[in-house]
Ligand binder design. Structure first.
Ligand SMILES: [Zn+2]
Ligand SMILES: [Zn+2]
Length: 450
């Protein structure tokens, strides 16, 4: 493969282009930065990755086109990919602190699904850039799952092209910032819903979310690293804070979770380090106690509000959008997230995608798959895993019954097995009959017919 590296002067392999908004909450995302970098060099992102970045990293296996659009959100997270890309770009551009364009230094505090898999933007922010003749860029703030509005322009973020309706990814092979990767339409003219059209409660809640995340984004690298280190033992930290809240208000832990609208059992996952609290949960806890996200994270002295403050009402009702059968993509995602968390509960069988489709009022599982490929895949895999485990257990049970019957000199016919199982219609089901015939063959009771 041709290696462009050899043709470039050694001192500056790529332009030393500064990221936008460093030190402010408007800081650019890494995927936005690298997209603008490719445009500045007049090459596509695909070429930048396959001919420069991957050779620099001495990678041998990478996507043929260089970019997997639906996985590209990982570059803004604290994934291995983002670390590699930061390393490569730091060397190739000589620009420092590119970690700050990602969540790399939040990895011990944040769970790994805070970054949304598709791109959201504020069209009016794009338009502002254009009016000011400054480059169009995407904010790291917008990649947070919980952020749904633009504060400055008092409107909802959007995620699909106004002319072809396609959802947009953080990076695509030949994408450029501010334009649809399929039809190249300028995305600064997308219609967005204004504050006036949104419930007041919802805006109050979004305001809390955004103000808090902004505080995290303005932290410099040292501060991020310092705070992050404190959270290496996640369980201990979270337990400490919850105890503190309980003591401060003289209330039971159960009541903390009740008023924060957080299922109590999640706390046991957090405590034993099985899972980190989602930003959504931390923000709710913070809201009721008036502890800002930054205080939470930096472990400063926790000064709490005098009284527990209740969350905006709609969060308790949990049904802001329930009456509209057609969910908005964010709400839908949140619903699926809830299912994913619930599906981890070992006491209940996980829900299958078709059950969820029905519950949410859709007709076809395909609709959900198309809208949210990542989330539905997690759900499908979990269910498959569950069915496999169930089948293995059932096979074991059947095996012992067959062996027992044979030892007793009884033919292991399906009716005899059903009697032993005390489940009269057990073999009416095709999949059960298949398992039985496999077992009979395995145990040498019958030979497979050719
Ligand atoms: Zn805006
Ligand atoms: Zn388009």
């Amino acid at each position: 493969m041709e290696n462009i590296l050899n043709n470039l002067p050694k001192s500056s392999l790529l332009y030393s282009m500064n990221p936008i908004g460093v030190g402010t909450f408007n800081i650019e995302s890494l995927t936005s930065y690298v997209t603008r970098l490719s445009s500045a060099h007049n090459i596509t992102l695909g070429v930048l990755f396959t001919k420069i970045i991957y050779p620099f990293l001495e990678k041998e296996n990478f996507p043929r086109d260089g970019i997997k659009a639906n996985k590209s959100s990982a570059f803004n997270n604290f994934h291995y990919n983002s670390n590699e890309l930061v390393y490569a770009l730091t060397n190739l551009t000589t620009i420092k602190n590119l970690e700050n364009l990602t969540l790399i230094n939040f990895n011990s505090f944040l769970s790994d699904y805070e970054v949304r898999s598709t791109k959201y933007w504020c069209p009016l922010c794009f338009q502002d850039c254009r009016n000011n003749k400054s480059p169009i860029y995407e904010k790291l703030l917008w990649s947070f799952e919980v952020v749904e509005v633009c504060f400055e322009h008092r409107c909802k973020l959007v995620n699909s092209c106004p002319s072809c309706n396609n959802i947009q990814y953080h990076m695509t092979r030949s994408g450029r910032t501010g334009h649809c990767y399929i039809c190249d339409t300028y995305l600064g003219l997308t219609d967005c819903r204004k504050y006036e059209e949104l419930p007041q409660d919802y805006i109050v809640w979004q305001k809390w979310i955004i103000e808090n995340i902004k505080e995290l984004l303005i932290l410099n690298q040292q501060e991020r690293v310092y705070n992050n280190k404190k959270w290496i033992n996640y369980g201990e930290n979270i337990e400490y804070i919850i105890n503190l809240i309980a003591n401060n208000y003289g209330i039971k832990k159960n009541d903390i979770f009740k008023v924060s609208n957080i299922p109590r059992r999640l706390y046991s996952y957090w405590k034993n380090g099985q899972r980190k609290a989602s930003l959504y949960s931390v923000l709710k806890l913070g809201y009721v106690t008036s502890i800002s996200l930054n205080k939470f994270f930096s472990h400063e002295e926790y000064i709490m509000g005098e009284k527990i403050r209740r969350l905006p009402q709609y969060i308790y009702q949990n049904n802001l959008y329930k009456n509209q059968k057609k969910y908005e993509i964010n709400e839908l995602k949140e619903e699926l997230r809830r299912v994913i968390i619930k599906n981890e509960d070992k006491n209940n069988p996980p829900l299958s995608l078709s059950q969820i489709t029905k519950i949410l009022g859709y007709k076809k599982t395909e609709t959900l798959r198309k809208k949210l490929p990542h989330e539905t895949e997690i759900i499908v895999n979990k269910y498959k895993e569950y069915i496999n485990e169930k089948n293995i257990k059932m096979k074991d049970d059947l095996r012992s019954i067959i062996i027992k019957l044979m030892n007793d000199g009884i033919t292991p016919s399906s009716s005899n097995i059903e009697e032993e199982l005390k489940k009269p219609k057990f073999f009416w089901k095709n999949s059960h009959r298949e398992i039985l015939s496999d077992l009979l063959e395995e145990l040498g009771v019958v030979k497979k017919s050719k």
